[in-house]
Design a protein around this ligand. Sequence first.
Ligand SMILES: *Cc1c(COP(=O)(O)O)cnc(C)c1O
Length: 423
Amino acid sequence: MKLKNSLDFARNLDREDPLRRYREKFHIPTDNNDMPWLYFCGNSLGLQPKSTAENIQQELKDWANLGVEGHFEAKNPWMPYHEFLSDAMAKIVGAKPTEVVVMNTLTTNLHLAMVSFFETNENRTKIIIESDAFPSDRYAVESQLKFHNLNPDDHLLEWKPREGEELLNYEDLESLLDDHKDEVSLLLIGGVNYYTGQFFDLKRITELGHKHGAKVGIDLAHGVGNIQPELHASNVDFAVWCTYKYLNSGPGSLGGLFVHEKYAKNKELKRLTGWWGHNKDTRFNMRQPFDPIEGAEGWQLSNPPILSMAAIKASLAIFNEVGMVAIRKKSKDLTGYLEELVLELGENVIRIISPKNAEERGCQLSIQVKNANKELHKKLSNRNVITDWREPDVIRVAPVPLYNSFEDVFRFVQILKEEMNGY
Ligand SMILES: *Cc1c(COP(=O)(O)O)cnc(C)c1O
C-alpha cells in the first residue's frame, strides 16, 4: 500500500499508460507558473481538445468564403452535418447510427422524448424518477405532468435509497412498480447518478419497467463518454444526453437523443415536429405534409448550429480513435487508484459514497469528508484543485481517462490530506 502512495509509483503508472499521449491533445489550464491545474471537473465541463479551434475555423472560413453555398459546398457540407456525428456517437453509446441524433440541448430533448414516450390513459399516469434526480430532469418531468393536467404531488413517484444510505436498490424499484401496478407510464433514470456516481444496470431497469408496462428513458448526462451504456442491447426506449461534460464539446454545446430502433418506422407516435425531421428528399419542396425521417433524425426540429457541431466533431474524432473499451479500462484503473489513496486517509475522516464495485460506477468518486464544510473546497480551489462541492460535505472528483494522469490523482490526494488537517 505505502509503496503505491508515492510520486514515483504514480509516474510509473503514467509511463505504462497506453493512453498517456492523449493528455497532450487537450488544453489543460495552468497557474501563473505554468503548473497545470488538477482538473477533476470533466463531469461538469470537459476540457477543450486542441483540435476544436481548427474544426470551428474550418466552418468560419467556409461561411466567409461561401455564404449560403456552404450548405452544399463547404468542406463538411452543413446540410447533412449532423450525419457526420452519428457513427461516432452511436459507438460511444452502444447504438445503431440510425438510433442517435445530435440536436438541441439535453433538457429540450428530454421534453421532446417525453412527448412521444410519456403516454397516459385512465390508469397509467405516473412517472418514476430517482429521489435525487438532477433538478432539470425533475422540473422537466413535473412540467410534463402538469401539461397533462396531472398533479406532480400524486403522479411523480420517487425511487428512494434506504434509510441512512445513498445508493439505490433494484428491489426497491421493483416494489415501487408493484405497489403502483398498472399506474406507471414512464421510468426516467439517470444512467449514472450525478451525485453518487452510481451506474445503473440499464438492462435490468428496462426489463423491470417493461414487465410492468412502462416505457423506460435514460438521462446519460453523466454516462456518455464515461461508461458503456449499450443502449441498443439494453432495450431502453429512449435516452438523452449533453456533450459538454465527458464529451468535451464546449459550454452549452448540443445534446443527443437515442430512440430505439423498434420505433424507427413508427409514424403514429406523437411528437413535436419541425422541418429538419422531415423526409430529406422532399424537405425543400415545402408545402408537403410532414413525413418523418425514419429513426432518431425524425425528432429533429431545426437546422442545427454548425459551429457547435464542429466542436462535437473534433471531440468525437478523439473518442473514435481511442474507443470506449480502452477509455473505460483506463478509467477503472485511474479511479481505482484514486479510491485506494483516498481510503488510506482513514475511514474515520472520509467515506466514499460511490459504489465500491467498479462495474457499478463511472470515473467519479463522491467523497464525504466528515465534519468538513465548503471552506475545504475553497482551500482546494486556492491550490488549483478543481473539484465540485455538494452540500453539506461531499466532494465530487472525476478523473477523466483522456486527460487526467495518475500523477494528478496522487497530487490531489496529497493536497486533500494537507488541507483536511483539522477536520
Ligand atoms: C448536466 C445535466 C443536465 C443539464 O441539462 P442541460 O439541458 O444541458 O442544461 C440535465 N440533467 C442531468 C442529469 C445533468 O447531469
